[in-house]
Design a protein around this ligand. Structure first.
Ligand code: 5GP
Ligand code: ZN
Length: 114
């Protein structure tokens, strides 16, 4: 996907502030953080929205979640707690159409979210 912001980060065309990488997943700090730690975990494979998940790519979501728990440990808030969020399409507030998991930590989260 040549025109996808997060694909450009995966290929290195744009250099993000990377906090974690493995063969399937890249994680980097959000440019507009909503918490003391706000990391985006993305699959290296382009998947536009949660609605595009199927049997061929669903394993990526497990890899993304495992990366998030490892980063929470690395950032030092695994025990205190944190929030993970995936937004889908317009009503969900998705603005970048390459699936990503938001990892938010370092402050108390409130419910319901906005
Ligand atoms: P969404 O709204 O799609 O769930 O989340 C997209 C996220 O990408 C937002 O939190 C936004 O701040 C972040 N973002 C947008 N552009 C960039 C960028 O160029 N670099 C980084 N690191 N994050 C970005
Ligand atoms: Zn992409």
């Amino acid at each position: 996907m040549t025109d996808c912001l997060f694909c450009k980060m995966v290929t290195g065309e744009i250099t993000p502030d990377t906090v974690y990488e493995d063969e399937d997943v890249l994680a980097f700090r959000d440019i507009n953080p909503q918490a003391p730690t706000h990391v985006l975990v993305v699959p290296k494979q382009h998947v536009a929205t949660l609605n595009d998940l199927d049997k061929s790519n669903i394993h990526l979501v497990g890899k993304m979640m495992l990366a998030a728990t490892a980063i929470a440990e690395q950032e030092g808030f695994a025990e205190q707690g944190y929030r993970t969020v995936m937004n889908c399409n317009a009503d969900g507030g998705q603005t970048v159409f390459h699936i990503h998991l938001h990892l938010l930590g370092g402050r108390i989260m409130h419910w319901p979210p906005g």
